[in-house]
Design a protein around this ligand. Structure first.
Ligand code: R1P
Ligand code: URA
Length: 234
């Protein structure tokens, strides 16, 4: 047991999918995994282990934002030995040619969070994904015929941003979308020497105001989930 997870050591697989929404974790476990066991319900932050095509995989909700996600990612790696961690999240697009329901592979993440900056005063730590997982995810997605986008995302501490000009400026510098967890996943993966990847599906378009429903965010986006499951099974 760790502070926020009630699993016994050995009950969590080395490969873990990380949705922000714990009910998306339940949906993934029930829809895609076999022989599934729920190992965590502390704070309702559901976690499951099962198999996908014979490979052991876990799926753990992280909550919203980097402070929450960092707790689960830290404990999964430090207390349970997770080695491959793939976030399966939603995001808001900030490019006109990125469309609702597109799947993005976050190559790297800019952030307005102080969590990482405070570790290296005066330096900017490069928050990058695992090349191995990025390459595998790209191959899997391309084989499935998906038009994946690969590029930078913004991991923001703020959902209802009051500095939209900065977000728009990041868009002008090629950032594809805004979400709230990738940067800390990439930082902690580098810190602990494990592999981290963030996949996000576009749920909102910040430039056009288009949106998907909360039900869709919880129980669809299957392309992204299959890419993540095939990537950790490759
Ligand atoms: O759908 P999830 O994975 O939670 O991701 C996005 O959705 C939440 C905001 O609605 C934030 O956690 C953001 O990163
Ligand atoms: O606009 C959005 C949509 C999902 N997640 C975010 O952080 N922002």
């Amino acid at each position: 047991m760790s502070i926020h997870l009630e699993a016994k050591v050995g009950e969590i697989a080395e490969s873990v999918l990380l949705p922000g929404d714990p009910l998306r974790a339940k949906y993934i476990a029930e829809t895609f995994l076999e022989g599934t066991v729920c190992y965590n319900n502390v704070r309702g932050m559901l976690g499951y282990t099962g198999t996908y095509k014979g490979n052991r995989v876990s799926v753990q909700g992280t909550g919203m934002g980097m402070p929450s996600a960092a707790i689960y990612i830290h404990e999964l790696i430090n207390d349970y030995g997770a080695k491959n961690l793939i976030r399966v999240g939603t995001c808001g697009a900030i490019q006109h040619d990125v469309k609702i329901r597109d799947v993005i592979i976050a190559q790297a993440a800019a952030t307005d969070s102080a969590i990482i900056r405070n570790q290296f005063p005066g330096f900017d730590f490069p928050q990058i994904g695992s090349f191995d997982l990025i390459k595998k995810a790209y191959e899997v997605g391309t084989d499935k015929g998906l038009s994946l986008r690969v590029g930078n995302v913004l991991s923001s501490d703020v959902f209802y941003s009051e500095s939209q000009e900065v977000v728009n400026k990041l868009g002008k510098h090629g950032v594809l979308a805004v979400e709230m967890e990738a940067a800390v996943l990439y930082y902690l993966s580098c810190k602990f020497g494990v592999k981290g990847l963030c996949l996000v599906t576009v749920s909102d378009h910040i430039l056009t105001g288009e949106q998907t429903t909360s039900q869709e965010r919880q129980t669809t986006f299957n392309d992204m989930i299959e890419v993540a499951l095939e990537t950790v099974s490759k």
